[in-house]
Ligand binder design. Structure first.
Ligand code: ADP
Ligand code: MG
Length: 245
């Protein structure tokens, strides 16, 4: 585990009513580290992601970002949401705004940038995800893969310390999956700290530094991908891998 982690969860427990969805979860993510979170449906992967930028509260344990507990409310919480960006399965773009406006909006509202400065930054980021030629289009005029790349550019526009991805390619047609994974691979090479919930085992194996395997709300294995994929220790992981590989 990283000595000075950017993101650290210690002994985290989360319930939905009587349902115990995160059980004694410990996870540390170092700066520049990419952790792939994998596991069966319902094992708590999305909930884990959502607790890290406090879209969900926890009942016990601690979550630290950059050595400080997550803020609970107010401006500090809004800042946290900007510092820990999230990319969802459904791209969540504003349908009635152009690509450029989608990427610029929060820069103006949250980061308090001027419109021109925000647009300039947006165009740089759209270029980075290969979409600067589409800045004036509306989301419905783009493919799913392109929309997801806009969502990534929008998250990057907040200058996040870390990015959380919750199954970013699960809603995409197969031929579009790689264009999104390629952008994520490039972010990883550029040193972005990332937590990626994914069913793309090839990505987890080749791009992640660690795999956290979840089952029934627990992180059952947390290891280097090569070790995890070649010699899973737990029966749960062996069963899971047999079902997806
Ligand atoms: P995963 O992302 O691994 O599929 P989730 O984190 O979405 O798992 O869900 C973990 C468990 O919590 C599941 O049993 C799910 O049905 C339940 N759950 C998720 N969100 C809610 C919610 N808002 N209210 C009640 N139960 C929920
Ligand atoms: Mg999920």
């Amino acid at each position: 585990m990283a000595a000075d982690p950017l993101i650290e969860l210690r002994d985290v427990n989360k319930y939905y009513g009587d349902l115990h969805v995160l059980r004694d979860v410990d996870l540390a993510v170092g700066r520049g580290e990419v952790v792939a979170v994998i596991g069966p449906s319902g094992s708590g992967k999305s909930t884990l992601c959502r607790t890290i930028n406090r879209l969900e509260t926890i009942q016990s344990g601690r979550i630290m970002l950059d050595g400080r507990p997550l803020p609970e409310e107010g401006r500090a919480l809004a800042r946290l949401r900007a510092e820990v960006g999230m990319v969802f399965q459904s791209f969540n773009l504003f349908a009635h705004k152009t690509v450029l406006q989608n990427v610029s909006l929060a820069q103006v509202k949250v980061r308090r940038r001027g419109r021109e400065q925000a647009d300039r930054r947006s165009l740089e980021l759209l270029d980075r995800v290969g979409l600067s030629a589409h800045a004036g289009r509306f989301p419905a005029q783009l493919s799913g893969g392109q929309q997801q790349r806009v969502a990534i550019a929008r998250a990057l526009a907040m200058e996040p310390k870390a990015l959380l991805f919750d199954e970013p390619t699960s809603a995409l047609d197969p031929e579009m999956i790689n264009e999104v994974l390629d952008v994520m691979r490039q972010l990883a090479r550029d040193g972005m700290t990332m937590v990626v919930v994914t069913h793309e085992m090839g990505f987890a194996r080749s791009a992640a530094h660690r795999v956290a395997f979840m089952a029934d709300g627990r992180i059952v294995e947390d290891r280097a991908p090569e070790e995890f994929f070649t010699a899973p220790r737990s029966g749960r992981a062996r069963d899971f891998l047999a079902s997806v590989l």
